[in-house]
Design a protein around this ligand. Sequence first.
Ligand SMILES: C[S@@+](CC[C@H](N)C(=O)[O-])C[C@H]1O[C@@H](n2cnc3c(N)ncnc32)[C@H](O)[C@@H]1O
Length: 377
Amino acid sequence: MTNTSGVPARRLAIKALRRIVDDGAYANLALPPLLDRSSLDERDKRLVTELVYGTTRMLRACDFLVDRFVLDEVDPEVRAALRLGAYQLHYLRVPSHAAVDATVGAVKGRGKSVVNAVLRRVADAEVAWPDLATELSYPDWIVALLTKELGAEKATRALVTMNEAASVHTRDDGYVQDPASQLVADAVEAKAGHRVIDLCAAPGGKATDLASRGAAVIASDLRPNRVRLTKRNIDGLGAAVPVVTADGRQPPFRAGTFDRVLIDAPCSGLGSLRRRADARWRIEADAPARLADLQFDLVVAGLDLVKPGGTLVFSVCTLTNVESTGVLAAVREHFPTLELLPVPAGSWEAKGAVGYLLPDEHDGMSIWRVRKPMSAA
Ligand SMILES: C[S@@+](CC[C@H](N)C(=O)[O-])C[C@H]1O[C@@H](n2cnc3c(N)ncnc32)[C@H](O)[C@@H]1O
């Protein structure tokens, strides 16, 4: 007799996977409404979440595991079921009879026999991975770039870490914030009475952190919907932080009036890939260079706002050279009188004047800081 427990959870997971992989929906937007509308209990909802995010993350590896035994083209539902089955067998270590039966039970019609035959072979076969990018389930370009820039050992460690779900860290005031972000806020060295502007502030994590240290902070961001979210977060914390909607490249503030300017810039996000299961499949190989141009423009505008003797702090949740040392080199070439501040003490590793954190308990991050001279730069 076939054991049918777990079938509804697999059926929902297949539906969600098809939305994400076949229709291009964002994983974090596609899954929650499907879960809300389902009648699954909380335990099964957690299982579906793990199955969908995990299979999305490990998609390339799961395809390799099943493609060894798939002889003909399969339809999208069967492909989704095979990926899901491979994820359960290989990564969740669900006993093979349970994983195969429940997954086969979630497929309609003739596809059942293909899913059954292929998953039984996946369950039994040894794996010989063809290369690291397939094994760790990343696009080739991400593995190649991080390996070239960080070295094989650090790159592999970072990539392995970002295949695990991020843990949740909550600040004393209840705001959920990655510890790396708190280290960036520390590096701003904002003091009570300082005027601080965060030019890329949404959803407000660092701005509220800086305000809690007694600084007078303004939170500004380009995107109106993200500014609204920031305002809700600030109000929820009862913080006194004005919010502004503005392009950071043309900030509506008087030049030379801020003690601290934070540019927590939009970036390729290669240090925080574990936060979005589908992010690695969306980012394009030319994104780091494209974003570095935007980051440079944001820094130029930000520097104009810094008081003589004040500092600008630049941070990105990525690990590429072009978005860290590259932007800094271009900035120093344009503004040769800027004083380079040391890499913050503590957890940061130094790459020249850039400090970086590999993904660990916290996200991967890069940071650098400069001070404007007292006389006009
Ligand atoms: C890394 S996030 C900021 C995170 C935020 N500082 C925090 O700690 O919660 C980058 C932000 O830059 C914003 N952004 C993108 N382009 C921008 C621009 N030209 N001017 C200002 N903000 C921009 C995005 O909307 C996004 O909210």
